[in-house]
Design a protein around this ligand. Structure first.
Ligand code: ADP
Ligand code: ZN
Length: 745
């Protein structure tokens, strides 16, 4: 018996190996094998099995299997092949992205003691305990007030030995003790379970019935769940998953960034307990392997995670939920495969005859358009749950804001200051968004205009006051020396201009010295623990003002946060990208949605220098429909998605001339263009130099009218680039192919 084996290399060819007799029974398509490849011992994946080979060279034997359990399902294998074809990436490379490195690690998750009241304890025993063991009695009171089992270690106790006390209580027949595996969720990464009583309103009930009905039919059904912020989307996911499990099927919940939404994981844990596996980038290799193996064995029925959770090897998949489906973090740009987890989830669900719920308060324009065209079944939650009102929004024109001397460029408007003051007085909480980290994004000489740049990238360095460093936000390069004089003209007039979160923080602390301010951005939330601890503190009311970048805009549910302020809503609005308007709209709308999620009326203050810009204006009116109509007609006019298909070829290398020449040569040799195809470039990328590499791009736009399903564009790119190495002398340069890129900059 012979097999074809693929390797994680960019080339598409496979290699023939012989199967030793003892392995014949264990070999399947999709199995990973250990082999000798050239001079190297390495792992590959089996893509074909055959009895004979037409290959006349020396055929080596495979050395062994990589995994001791079956890791692939037929549907997953089909998905890998689809990705390989669609994203033009070799099967070996796709498999490397899909599968954990190896499954042969030893990892045993730790266990916790849990305790709950015995439902049939006798009053007499209780009285006896009160008299004879007052300490145990105190502990029992804590256990009794909770409506769910508690971790023994979480019980408050004046003396040590809570476990011993609980054992005592167990002997007295008052409680039950049991051990629970503490799953690798990276401790401190999720909130503790959040328990809720759920009572669906009519809109919610309608959404739930449509999803469950589709699930019962066993037919692939993609939904767009469009629910305003705080309409109860998460409760819909939970109910749908419950139905899915009742049917003995499994479910995947994709979150844009699991570390930013610990509350959602907390709510799922509360309902489904140990049937849930968490899957995200912060898991160690060992935890990853353990989780994957357990999923293969069927120990978990639900996987919650970031984009790569779409590959979870669940059998009998019934449901995939993509929460905040418009989020760009579902896209992987590097390394290959350059895929979009939302799109992959649709394909996977098709193979599994499952339901997909794409969910958002502000869907991507593509999904919105697909709903208009009836490609997605529309589910609408038009109201906040439980009668919570929409926040009142104030739009402040910063051109009218100046200080006593008449100077413009204020960071806080009078209105926002007053509103913050008023909420602090009432002991309510405030969320402030400034979508840029650091202190000052541009350090410039006031005399000659020289800007301090990153030596590796063509971008300005950002000054960070906390770290006392100049940092490149593209490559991480940093310089510790302060710029006392200009490097070009030696002038001492160095100006730290622009505003990042650190500057806002400093001003806030000065303005409201009594308030407790915390900053949440990539600098303070480097670790999952740091992040969760800030969110928990805010949730417990230990923080008055939470200031942050876009990290604070998503998914958080804090009933006492009644004021949201957006310091500079124009940030990013004028980036030369066709999606920048859509992004800013979504960010403002989402951030505004954090205010007043309960009975207390919320307020939002949006500061801008462009109050008439349709993005800002409509976001301030929370008018999604109007903005989306404007955006769609713009896209239509300029023939951008969803009215066209896009592909992008990036040419990257250390030598600028060589990159430029190669790009031009490629553009010249392109063959087979057709009506409806537009080729733009080659031009230098918006970020022309990154990490010492120069970057050029060629963009391909294929109009949907002429290319309904994108196959023409696909074919064009395939035929032109299939054998890049053979066709072009690329030398030290690299060529990256992106299908459906999210951005052209
Ligand atoms: P979204 O995800 O749409 O922003 P959430 O699911 O977070 O909204 O719901 C907002 C709040 O309302 C949450 O605290 C949630 O538990 C509560 N809620 C929503 N629907 C229900 C329901 N049917 N019964 C009880 N509470 C609900
Ligand atoms: Zn840099």
């Amino acid at each position: 018996m012979f097999v074809d084996v693929a390797f994680p290399i960019s080339g598409f060819q496979t290699f023939t190996y012989k199967v030793p007799v003892n392995l014949v029974k264990h070999i399947e398509i999709g199995s990973r094998v250990r082999v000798q490849f050239g001079a190297q011992k390495t792992n590959g994946i089996i893509t074909g099995i055959k009895q004979k080979t037409s290959y006349f060279g020396k055929v080596r034997e495979i050395r062994g299997l990589v995994d001791d359990v079956k890791i692939m399902t037929p549907e997953l294998w089909k998905l890998i092949q689809w990705m390989s074809h669609y994203y033009m990436t070799s099967v070996g490379q796709v498999a490397k992205a899909v599968l954990p490195k190896n499954l042969s690690t030893r990892y045993t998750p730790p266990k916790n003691w849990m305790v709950e009241p015995n439902p049939i304890f006798a009053d007499e025993d209780l009285k006896k305990t009160k008299r004879r063991a007052p300490k145990q009695y105190e502990i029992f009171k804590q256990i009794l007030t909770a409506d769910h089992p508690l971790k023994v270690s979480s019980l408050k106790n004046n003396s040590s030995g809570v476990l011993a006390s609980c054992r005592g209580l167990e002997k007295r027949g008052l409680v039950k003790l049991f051990e629970e595996t503490s799953l690798p969720d990276v401790t401190g990464f999720t909130f503790d379970p959040i328990y809720k009583k759920v009572d669906f309103n009519d809109h919610q009930q309608e959404a739930v019935s449509q999803i469950t009905l589709a699930m019962d039919s066993n037919i692939y059904t993609p939904f767009l769940l469009h629910g305003v912020t705080s309409s109860g989307k998460t409760e819909i996911y939970i109910e749908s998953v419950r139905h899915c499990l009742d049917q003995n099927r499994t479910a995947i919940i994709l979150l844009p960034e699991i570390s930013l939404t610990p509350q959602i994981a907390g709510r799922f844990r509360a309902v489904f307990g140990d049937t849930i596996a968490l899957w995200h980038s912060k898991l160690t290799q060992a935890q990853r392997s353990w989780t994957w193996k357990e999923i293969c064995k069927g120990s978990f029925q639900v996987v919650i995670g970031a984009r790569s959770a779409v590959f979870a090897p669940l059998k009998n998949l019934g449901l995939i939920v993509v929460d905040e489906e418009q989020e760009s973090s579902f896209r992987q740009d590097s390394p290959a495969p350059r895929y979009h987890a939302r799109d992959v989830s649709l394909v996977r669900a098709k193979y599994e005859a499952a339901c997909v719920v794409l969910s958002s308060a502000t869907p991507s324009l593509e999904s919105y358009y697909n709903h208009l065209n009836k490609k997605l079944t529309y589910l609408h939650l038009p109201k906040r749950y439980g009668g919570a009102k929409y926040p009142q929004v104030h739009l402040v024109d910063m051109l009218n804001e100046n200080d006593e001397s008449g100077k413009l460029g204020q960071i806080f408007s009078g209105l926002l200051q007053d509103k913050i003051e008023a909420r602090l007085q009432k002991n309510e909480q405030i969320i402030l968004l400034q979508n840029r980290r650091g202190y000052s994004p541009v350090v410039r000489c006031s005399d000659c205009g020289e800007i301090v740049m990153c030596p590796q990238c063509k971008v300005a360095l950002t000054f960070h006051i906390k770290e006392s460093q100049l940092i490149c936000h593209c490559c991480g390069h940093f310089e510790t020396q302060r710029w006392e004089v200009c490097i070009s003209c030696q002038s001492p007039n160095i100006k730290y201009s622009g505003t990042g979160t650190q500057r806002v923080e400093a001003i806030l602390k000065e303005m409201f010295p009594k308030a407790i301010v915390e900053r949440l951005d990539m600098d303070t939330a480097r670790t999952a623990k740091g992040l969760t601890s800030i969110l928990k503190k805010f949730s417990n009311g230990e923080i008055d003002i939470l200031l942050g970048t876009q990290m604070i805009a998503k998914g958080l549910d804090f009933p006492n946060a009644t004021l949201v302020g957006i310091i500079n809503s124009d940030l990013g609005l004028h980036l030369p990208d066709f999606r920048s308007g859509e992004r800013i709209f979504q960010l403002i709308y989402q951030a505004a949605g954090r205010a007043g999620r309960n009975t207390k009326l919320g307020e939002v203050v949006i500061q801008t220098y462009s109050p008439d810009n349709p993005v800002i204006k409509n976001a301030a009116q929370l008018n999604m429909k109007r903005y989306y109509n404007i955006a769609l007609s713009e896209r239509n006019e300029l023939q951008y998605p969803p009215f066209s298909w896009l592909a992008k070829i990036e040419i990257i290398g250390k030598n600028q001339t060589s990159v430029e020449l190669l790009s031009k040569r490629i553009a010249k040799t392109l063959k087979g263009d057709y009506k409806g195809l537009k080729i733009l470039g080659p031009v230098p990328c918006y970020l022309e130099k990154l990490r010492n590499h120069y970057r050029y791009q060629i963009v391909f736009k294929s109009i949907k009218e002429k290319d309904v399903n994108g196959k023409k564009l696909h074919h064009f790119i395939q035929t032109n680039f299939m054998d890049i190495q053979k066709k072009f002398r690329i030398g030290q340069n690299r060529i990256n192919i992106h299908f459906d890129p999210l951005s052209l900059i």
